[in-house]
Design a protein around this ligand. Sequence first.
Ligand code: ZN
Length: 355
Amino acid sequence: MSKNYNKKLRIFKLFSQNLEWVKEHPSIKFKPDFSNGYICPLCFEIFFEKDLDVKLKNHLTLEDMPPKSLGGKPIALTCKSCNNKSGHELDAHLLKTLLSIDAKSFLPNSKAETTFELNGNKVNGILEVNEKGTLKLDLQTNRSNPNQSSQFMKDMFPPRTIYNPLFYPDKMFDNAYQSPTFKMQFKENSNERRAEVALLRIAYLLAFAFLGNGFLINGGLYKVREQILNPDQEILPKVFWLKVPFPKECEGVNIITLPKELRSYLVVFNLKTTSQSRQFAIVLPGHSTPSTKVYDFIFNELCVGDGTTFCNATFEHIPHQNYLEKKELAFSGNWFWQEYTKDDYKPRYKPETKT
Ligand SMILES: [Zn+2]
């Protein structure tokens, strides 16, 4: 058995037990009923321990959240089919997008595919910034147009006319100073929308892994799943994030409590590239109103100006606990939601955000 098998089995058992407790709720019925199963959080199909076997066509796969390449660790399972539709490929676009932002900002330890152009001749290559911030241009003439690259190299490193420096001290490298037109263009090989949907997927799976199967009893999440599984369609409005820095203690799952129009789950997490760690705050619908209408509110009210008009909102952080491991905590998400959306709710915590 592989090392991954044991990891998968441990996660399977944790969620499977949690699911048994959730199923005991009188209003939850599965037809036909089953026990010791695992629900794929994306397609809602039911799987069993035998489905951990990688030889099966639609087996359960390990989900690193955030993706391993961005500093995550395995926390949940999804079925192979959902993973194929929306897993590695979305994450790859997210990684490429972040790496390209690092490179465009010339951050230390960044690297990006680039096209260099000199006097109209192009050469493909890689621009690398080392840990000290030194730029390195790697010109890859072997994967460039041969005529253009040969001219490019001649212009870039001209055969020098050696003047006698005693007579012409300024002329030594005359040819190299003929101010050629040098341009650099980063390869745009990532799809921004897919990178955004990857963020939504990370937030959804982080919240699921944190609160367990009880979190899924939430009609508003239907569209979130549909969006994740169909990344190229616009099922949710374009904006499902908040562009405000949150304090470190808010990392994890929060509930935005006021204004009522903004009531929702807020998942705050960090993604780490080799150059930088960035915080993301993604909104997921809550168990009651405004549900998915929260996205309209964000778009209409918060996406104005520089997008930092969050100052009047309040939220509560859901404390870290092993919600999956205890029967009495099986509906914690719903419990916190009820508690924080009561009519007489008084905010305890008002975030300090820049104005
Ligand atoms: Zn699935």
